[in-house]
Ligand binder design. Structure first.
Ligand SMILES: NC(=O)c1ccc[n+]([C@@H]2O[C@H](COP(=O)([O-])OP(=O)(O)OC[C@H]3O[C@@H](n4cnc5c(N)ncnc54)[C@H](O)[C@@H]3O)[C@@H](O)[C@H]2O)c1
Length: 311
């Protein structure tokens, strides 16, 4: 008998039926902000999900966050039919397993999406061990924001079945998925990843394995240039933000955006790119951002960045 979530998945993502025969079991490694969101959208789309984290505390928190978030989705989707909404929530939640053994988690996986800390060495260690444990058919993907997919994949023997699946925060809400091909990614693997992205409700775009892909390649230098304007004294933070909101129609100004995403995160990305591409002026980390980060003023999350925030 067809389930409610199955019907929903069919209704919403009708054209993904071919893929659903290919990717049924998804393992998401990293149960933090991004990983829990990725696990959620996959479970909502009818897939069996294993969510992995080295920390049991994180797994517990992820479970609570996913329960709350799917609850909200159920209420929204089934406004007029609370019983159907309840069934949708229960079925979606029942598809997610939470475990801490990464190697075991990939034994049945059709697709592994990695969303652990943004550190090449740690990602290498993980993918090396997953490559040994996973069946040869399993597709591997990284959700990295700023590292090279080719470099991450280099430690595996499955570069032909490797790609980037770059989601945006918050995953259940943001509609975009960037799908990254490396030269070795086969057409079959690429098509399976595109179809999977569609199956989990995202609009997929494709980008080569270049720093920041499309969105961050444009946004990170844009925010940095706004910070440099401030540094030069060209305009105040408030005026830069007002200018881009009212003059360019952006929902948030660049200085506000830097505070919102975290000045440490922006700086970390810039420093990584600057080290690799020292001649690219766009990637040069601004001094005032370095100073704020050193002082622990990381933006909204610490209550102060370029602006001050009250709770
Ligand atoms: N935060 C964002 O807005 C955002 C957006 C797109 C992509 N990303 C990328 O997604 C990835 C994760 O980011 P996040 O914000 O979710 O980070 P996060 O810190 O919220 O979560 C990372 C999780 O990985 C776990 N972890 C670390 N090493 C592990 C290992 N070896 N095995 C299993 N779990 C491990 C940690 O315990 C932590 O819970 C990063 O590569 C980041 O660049 C982040």
């Amino acid at each position: 008998m067809a389930t409610i979530a199955g019907n929903l998945a069919k209704r919403t993502f009708a054209s993904s039926s071919t893929l659903n025969n290919v990717i049924k079991n998804v393992t998401v490694i990293g149960g933090g902000l991004m990983g829990s969101g990725i696990a959620q959208v996959a479970a909502q789309a009818g897939q069996n999900v294993t969510l992995v984290d080295i920390s049991q505390d994180v797994l517990k928190k992820s479970e609570t966050n996913i329960q709350n978030s799917i609850g909200r989705v159920g209420k929204k989707l089934y406004k007029d039919d609370p019983a159907a909404g309840k069934q949708f929530v229960e079925e979606s939640l029942s598809r997610i397993k939470y475990i801490s053994d990464a190697q075991k988690s990939v034994e049945q996986a059709d697709l592994v999406v990695e969303a652990i800390v943004e550190n090449l060495e740690i990602k290498h260690k993980l993918f090396k061990s997953l490559d040994e444990a996973a069946p040869s058919k399993t597709l591997f993907a990284s959700n990295t924001s700023s590292l090279s997919i080719g470099e991450i994949a280099s430690v595996t023997k499955r570069k032909d079945r490797f790609g980037g699946l770059h989601f945006f925060n918050p995953v259940p809400v943001m509609r975009l998925l960037e799908v990254i091909r490396i030269p070795e990614t086969t057409d079959e693997s690429y098509k399976a990843m595109m179809a999977w992205g569609k199956a989990v409700g995202k609009t997929c775009i494709t980008c080569k394995d270049t720093p920041g892909f499309v969105v961050n390649r444009l946004l990170v230098p844009y925010v940095a240039e706004a910070v440099r304007m401030l540094e030069r004294g060209d305009a105040s933070a408030e005026d830069i933000d007002i200018a881009m909101k009212l003059g360019a129609g952006y929902p948030m100004g660049p200085i506000e955006l830097g505070d919102y995403t975290g000045l440490d995160t922006g700086l970390f990305i810039l420093e990584g790119w600057h080290k690799k591409f020292p001649d690219n002026e766009l990637f040069k980390p601004p001094q005032i951002q370095k100073k704020l980060v050193q002082e622990g003023k990381l933006g909204r999350k610490t209550g102060e960045g370029f602006y001050k925030y009250t709770k």
